[in-house]
Design a protein around this ligand. Structure first.
Ligand code: NAI
Ligand code: MG
Length: 357
């Protein structure tokens, strides 16, 4: 069956990097129906809205969305509902994307890019699953008020609510176990169950779900310890599943272990396997239009799309191996360049990946 993919290039370097990823997808011998639509500032310029109904409809009808990036300083003065970033929030909401998957991979060829010593981090390959729709970012009540009790009564106080419903924890736990099954069958659930009630429910629920995945080894870790272990012995992890707040922080920490923002893909998924795939970086307006952006994060996002939404694991591996191959051959865009390597632009990097495929 032909699978439909919505391609939304967006702003800045979006169209340049997306073009290379689309070339890679078209080079595979699988039937794909690929349709482009505007999003972000580009869509605002054309249709007066960052997520026009026609773009949203295309995304809803597709098996997966391949997304470039949105945003540019020239849209900073627009009211919030017309800002390019609203497009991504709108897509997450309307597609019900509740899980964010962020791999942190440090290719041995790029080990010098990390702030950690190569012997600690070279060959790192971990996956962080962050819950996206719950937790303290969305819990109510929240606000700023005058405290009525305690030692600071009469002063202003700010408050938020950390909140997770059991089904919300269960669905991300399932995705965590399923991702672990596609990798080395190790899942680490991160919480703060020694202090937080939300985390106690999180831990109990994950343990319950684990009964359905006897082939996966489940461990638990408190978030403060996880933050330490990620810089002490990051390769001890394989798949990490955690809530929105802890995942926000840990996934950025893990990304920085690799030192190369231009190399990191990401996915946001819903329960039916539909997903939005995009590089972890933004629209890089400082280098847009120059043909120098690194397309590998987007090409690797296309690989994730094949693995998680289209169930084409073998094709995903082919792309990942091709990327590894071009690094071995010494091809480098400016952001990952080191003396002695072959410096290439966006299109030439795409050429090299196609050749390696
Ligand atoms: P950014 O990730 O766009 O850029 C940060 C730095 O990394 C820049 O120096 C940029 O040149 C470089 N960089 C990023 N991607 C690169 C690539 N593929 N190859 C080579 N170098 C690369 O983050 P920044 O500057 O904070 O934000 C720029 C715009 O992107 C803003 O409007 C922001 O809102 C938006 N943004 C959008 C995201 C999305 O669409 N999901 C995510 C993050 C930021
Ligand atoms: Mg963050």
């Amino acid at each position: 069956m032909t699978k439909k993919i919505a391609v939304l290039p967006g702003d800045g370097i979006g169209s340049e990097i997306i073009e290379q990823a689309v070339r890679v997808l078209k080079a595979l011998d699988i039937p794909l129906e690929i349709e482009h639509a505007p999003v972000g500032g580009t869509a605002y310029d054309l249709h007066g809205h960052p997520l026009p109904p026609s773009t949203l409809k295309l995304a809803q009808e597709s098996h997966a969305v391949l997304f470039g990036a949105v945003g540019d300083w020239k849209y900073d003065k627009l009211p919030r509902e017309h800002r390019p970033e609203q497009a991504i929030l709108g897509l997450r909401k309307s597609l019900g994307l509740f899980a964010n998957l962020r791999p942190a991979i440090l290719y041995p060829e790029l080990a010098n890019a990390s702030s950690l010593k190569p012997e600690i981090v070279s060959g790192l390959d971990i996956l962080i699953l962050r819950e996206l729709t719950g937790d303290i970012y969305f819990g109510t009540p929240r606000g700023i008020r005058t405290a009525t009790d305690g030692p600071f009564a009469g002063s202003k106080e700010g408050f938020d609510t950390m909140r997770y419903a059991e089904p919300e924890i269960r669905r991300i736990a399932h995705l965590g176990f399923q991702a672990a099954q596609k990798r080395s069958r190790k899942l680490c659930s991160v919480d703060k169950a020694n202090v937080l009630e939300t985390s106690q429910l999180w831990r109990d629920t994950v343990i319950e779900v684990a009964k359905e995945y006897p082939d996966v080894a489940l461990t638990h870790m408190y978030v403060d310890n996880a933050a330490m272990q990620l810089v002490r012995a990051p390769r001890d992890f394989d798949v990490i599943v955690t809530g929105n707040l802890f995942g926000d922080i840990l996934s950025d920490e893990a990304a920085m272990l690799t030192g190369s923002i231009g190399m990191l893909p990401s996915a946001s998924m819903n329960a039916s396997g539909q997903g939005l795939y995009e590089p972890s970086h933004g629209s890089a307006p400082d280098i847009a239009g120059k043909g120098v952006a690194n397309p590998l994060a987007t090409i690797l996002s296309a690989a994730m799309l094949l693995r998680y939404s289209l169930d084409h694991d073998a094709q995903a591996k082919r792309i990942e191996q091709a990327v590894q191959r071009v690094l071995q051959q010494g091809f480098r865009t400016a952001d990952i360049y080191e003396a002695g390597m072959t410096k290439v632009g966006t299109a030439a990097m795409g050429d090299a990946v196609l050749k390696a495929l």
